[in-house]
Design a protein around this ligand. Sequence first.
Ligand SMILES: O=C(CO)[C@H](O)[C@H](O)COP(=O)(O)O
Length: 226
Amino acid sequence: MTQCCINPSILSADFVNLEGELHRISNADAVHVDVMDNHFVPNLTLGLPVVQRIQAVSPVPLDAHLMIAEADRWAPGFADAGLASVTFHAEASIAPIKLARELRSRGSKAGMALRPATPVEPYLDMLSELDMLLIMTVEPGFGGQAFLDVTLPKIRRARAAIDGSGIGVAIQVDGGITEETITRAAEAGANIFVAGSAVYGADDPAAAIDRLRNEGTRSLRQASAE
Ligand SMILES: O=C(CO)[C@H](O)[C@H](O)COP(=O)(O)O
């Protein structure tokens, strides 16, 4: 059975007190840092200097999700900063294989993200170049949106291709993950779950992470037994 990871998104955290917010999720597997440039998505968050400060004080590794244009130009700098994993969008990259290799050669895990409407099939041949495939389960740009069930068949097709080829690529889902939707995403084949509102909207974020992990693990166990 693949391991269930819960990566809270700091998009829903209190940006004025980020260090304190990071310590409220110290039982997470990684912290998901949403970098938005107001070009690739209609929202603006933070850039590399702030990400570096987050990395310096975070009790858990960083999982950067770059929702930025010109990924080939900007993503390598995030790997140079020593982040555990750097995910770029396929739609924002001219040469995704080259970029994934570059991220890995600079010491980061390489992730590639797909918008809800982007098919996975054109990228199946390059999955071995990745450590993680991020399938967006909402339109990227904002937290607090509802999970798009229409993305479930894509998750299933990606999982079938990965299992069929024997490569060890994780499938991350991001957007609308709750204790209810995590079950459907895990049964479809995802194993890394990004949750913003469900974690930071809870009175006790650490307890919310534990509940999501229990639910995700239970669903993954059930899926592998079927
Ligand atoms: O990438 C994102 C938006 O583009 C966020 O990570 C995502 O939406 C998480 O927030 P929530 O769990 O509230 O949906």
